[in-house]
Design a protein around this ligand. Structure first.
Ligand code: BES
Ligand code: MN
Ligand code: ZN
Length: 489
């Protein structure tokens, strides 16, 4: 972890930092946490905020010079908006810290009087303090060097949790942002191997030969067009007193050209994010290893590069998914469901009490829910609603979607058990979910998360969300594991 988060119970107005972040509510009213600052300004904080045009709207960040009134050189006022719930606090902290890139020491005097609020401030600040400079040789502002959470609470445990969860999100973002030439399937499996070694996770990596020998026709078929062969990674966290097992499966297409059914050139660079599901699963396993919930957690990363070439699979090829079901590949760009099918079938060997798969699976997910909301489908209403709940509690937008039975017949094939694309034109996101459902082991409670929208932010940064890789679903998966441990899911 690159950032240092420390905790201070000192009056923020006397802290030796470069900048001090406070909250501002509607009508530019300074929020709880800013009393000491107001005192240092002779009770004129509200007046100063109004003078510089602060409104307290969500997303707003205004700076006030302190001119020696307190050790910090600048006060940064972050708008909390009308509903100062945990997400508003996370976003305010994130936006303020983003605006302070290049600053050495920053104190956060946002409302942090309950564990929930203190966690939100810590999490938002750590998530906002992100940049991806690995491939830049020109000077870029460094993230904030040290963050100080100001709270009267005993916040050690919650700060450690925030570090673990945001460290996981950071890992997922880094992986998505890494260009595909630097993150081949072998490279991604190598990162997983490092994470497993550092955090004491069980590890199994199937290489291309093991995949052929094992009958993983989805990964082999999708990967065969690339000079960078596929991998299946299994990571395992075990708790000695666990009585439940949750399995996560992530789509790890390191680059999706579409294969022979090639995508248009415009915007194809987006497809470096097509391993966002695997990145979230790897991040979640890393966080789980640190947080040690009382549940067994297994993560599968289904990794391949989808390229067109003389060895690539052809539209009309028939492949055999792990476990024996055959699929006619009518469109090589519907590759995610093929690699996911292998891993979903394989997960039966872990006897999951809950199976959650995460994939940047369909463009249709963007049409349905836009770029900030994860779609949740499941084989029971109860699982779907609880997964949506867990995601929301973790700070991620999620929305339940159906798996209409009538979509199954669209996948009927002339020659194989099923085709990989549907003859039905509408509801492409739901159809992809219906396809995956065919591979879910009997009797297993299952949810499918389509993160095609939220995995990658092509727009401007907002709140604690940077441009590029977002780490979507990482926090949701950690929360799901904790909810299973707590008997909630
Ligand atoms: N990786 C894409 C889905 C995607 C699109 C993710 C845009 C993020 C942004 C997936 O492999 C894909 O190509 N899906 C096809 C499926 C179709 C051929 C049935 C799609 O959605 O167009
Ligand atoms: Mn594709
Ligand atoms: Zn894809």
């Amino acid at each position: 972890m690159t950032t240092n988060l420390s905790i201070s119970q000192t009056d923020p107005a006397s802290l030796d930092v470069d900048a001090l972040v406070i909250g501002v509510g509607p009508e530019a009213v300074p929020a709880a946490g800013s009393q000491g600052v107001d005192g240092a300004l002779d009770g004129r904080l509200a007046e100063a905020l109004k003078a510089v045009g602060a409104t307290g709207k969500a997303g707003e960040v205004v700076k006030l010079p302190t001119l020696g009134a307190l050790p910090a050189k600048v006060i940064v006022a972050a708008g909390l908006g009308e509903d100062p719930g945990p997400e508003a606090l996370r976003r305010a902290a994130g936006a303020a810290v983003r605006a302070l890139a290049g600053t050495a020491r920053v104190a956060l005097a946002l409302p942090a009087d309950t564990p929930e609020r203190a966690s939100a401030v810590a999490t938002g600040a750590l998530l906002g303090n992100y940049s991806f400079g690995r491939y830049r040789t020109d000077a870029q502002p460094e993230p904030v060097g040290e963050l100080v959470l100001v709270t009267d609470l005993d916040a050690t445990t919650l700060a450690e949790r925030a570090e673990a969860v945001t460290g996981a999100v950071r890992l997922a973002r880094d992986l998505v942002n890494t260009p595909p030439s630097h993150l081949t399937p072998e490279d991604l499996a190598g990162v997983a191997e490092n994470v497993a070694r550092e955090h004491g996770l069980d590890l199994e990596v199937l290489d291309e030969k093991a995949l052929v020998d094992g009958g993983y026709g989805g990964l082999v078929g999708v990967g065969q067009g690339s000079v960078n062969p596929p991998r299946l990674v299994r990571l395992g966290y075990r708790h000695p007193q666990a009585d439940k097992t949750v399995v996560f499966v992530g789509k790890g297409i390191t680059f999706d050209t579409g294969g022979i059914s090639i995508k248009p050139a415009e915007g194809m660079d987006w497809m470096k994010s097509d391993m966002g599901g695997a990145a979230a699963v790897l991040g979640a396993l890393q966080a789980v290893a640190a947080l040690k919930p009382k549940v067994n957690v297994v993560g599968y990363l289904a990794i391949a590069e989808n390229m067109p070439s003389g060895t690539a699979q052809r539209p009309s090829d028939v492949i055999t998914i792990y476990g024996g079901k055959t699929v006619e590949v009518l469109n090589t760009d519907a590759e995610g469901r093929l690699v996911m099918a292998d891993a979903i079938v394989r997960s039966a060997q872990d006897s999951p009490d809950l199976l959650v798969d995460v994939a940047t699976l369909t463009g249709a997910a963007l049409v349905a829910l836009g770029v900030r909301t994860t779609a949740v489908m499941a084989n029971s209403d109860e699982v779907r609603e609880k997964v949506v709940q867990a995601a929301e509690r973790s700070g991620e937008n999620a929305w339940g979607m159906p798996l209409p039975e009538e979509l199954r017949k669209g996948f009927d094939s002339q020659v194989a058990d099923l085709a990989n694309i549907s003859g039905e034109r509408w509801g492409g996101m739901l159809a992809a979910g219906v396809f995956l459902k065919e591979f879910v082991p009997d009797g297993v409670r299952w949810a499918h998360l389509d993160i095609a929208g939220p995995a990658y932010n092509k727009g401007e940064p907002y709140g604690y969300t940077p441009k590029g890789g977002t780490g979507a679903a990482t926090r949701a998966l950690v929360q799901i594991a904790e909810d299973v441990a707590d008997g909630l899911l």
